[in-house]
Design a protein around this ligand. Structure first.
Ligand code: C5P
Length: 286
């Protein structure tokens, strides 16, 4: 029996850092969307445990026990006692350490696949705790649908998802460490997000994001990887782009477009100028 789950890229349309907790983690207030591009996790019942990674980004990851897929499997087995041997294939398409939650989405996809295989409800409380222990972004990647997310990542309020738009995701092939970005913050007490209006057009969404929201990690990430500034400038130069911003702790940045076809056209303009960058058009909803 084989089960495939998609591990879609998470994009932070906004990310406000509003406080710091005694344990060192930060209070966040975020708007997240999920792109129709990502990794995939394929799980097959087998006579022995196996784990392989393929796909265009496979070389940047190792299959050791630290891999979030392996850690998700171990945690699931501890909670449920279901230790039947499994063959797992991770097809890695997203750049690693890039601010679009690839590792978190892989862990979440693994947990969803395990739940389907073993008929375990994916919203069981013990699984929610496991998800959060694997990473602050893992709970939202389990739902993999647009939301306002607070706390360190565990407070998830879904949005309608009625508004469709295009994204151009661009990573300069420079990994940025999330802890290093948080350490480099100058301020940790920024205002949270304002109340969300209803967005009936992409233009309204983009105007609201530009006027009322930020990615508070962006200045810190730019001190670590100044090339992020080049990516944002290149995105801002593209025709029909409505907003440019960094996602998560970087270095992936995105341009927001009316639809995927417009993002595709922008990709064709950008790609020849930056052959070393990862450039991926996508669709998303909010
Ligand atoms: O939870 P995750 O492993 O994704 O977090 C990576 C690092 O990012 C943490 O070790 C912490 O330094 C930082 N972090 C934070 N506050 C958050 C989420 C992550 O300080 N809400």
């Amino acid at each position: 029996m084989t089960i495939v789950e998609e591990a879609r890229a998470k994009v932070n349309l906004a990310l406000h850092v509003s406080g710091r907790r005694p344990d060192g983690y930060h209070d966040l207030d975020m708007l997240v969307a999920f792109a129709d591009v990502g990794d995939s996790v394929e799980l097959t019942t087998s006579e022995a445990d196996r784990f392989l990674i393929d796909g265009p980004m496979a070389a940047s990851l190792s299959t050791d026990a630290d891999n979030l897929v392996q850690r998700a499997l171990k945690g699931f087995r501890e909670i449920t006692g279901r230790t039947d041997p499994l063959s797992i294939r991770l097809t890695k398409r997203l750049p690693v350490a890039s601010g679009i939650g690839g590792g978190s989405a892989d862990a979440a996809a693994t947990l969803r696949a395990l739940c389907r295989l073993h008929d375990v409800p994916a919203d069981a409380p013990a699984l929610a705790a496991l998800a959060l222990s694997l990473g602050a972004d893992v709970p939202m990647c389990i739902a993999s649908s647009p939301a306002r997310v607070g706390g360190v990542g565990e407070r998830i309020v879904p949005t309608t998802g009625h508004l469709c738009f295009g994204l151009l995701l661009v990573n300069p092939n420079v990994g940025v460490s999330t802890p290093a970005t948080f350490r480099a913050l100058e301020r940790r007490d920024n205002p949270p997000l304002p109340p969300l209006p209803v967005f009936d057009t992409v233009r309204r969404l983009a105007d609201f994001l530009a006027a009322e929201t930020r990615n508070d990690l962006e200045p810190a990430a730019r001190t670590i990887a100044p090339v992020i500034g080049d990516v944002l400038t290149a995105l801002a130069d593209l025709p029909d782009v409505r907003l440019t911003r960094m996602s998560g702790s970087g270095a992936t940045c995105f341009g927001l477009f009316d639809d995927k076809a417009t993002a595709n056209r922008a990709a064709l303009k950008l790609a020849p100028k930056h052959p070393g960058w990862w450039i991926e058009p996508a669709a998303a909803t909010f």
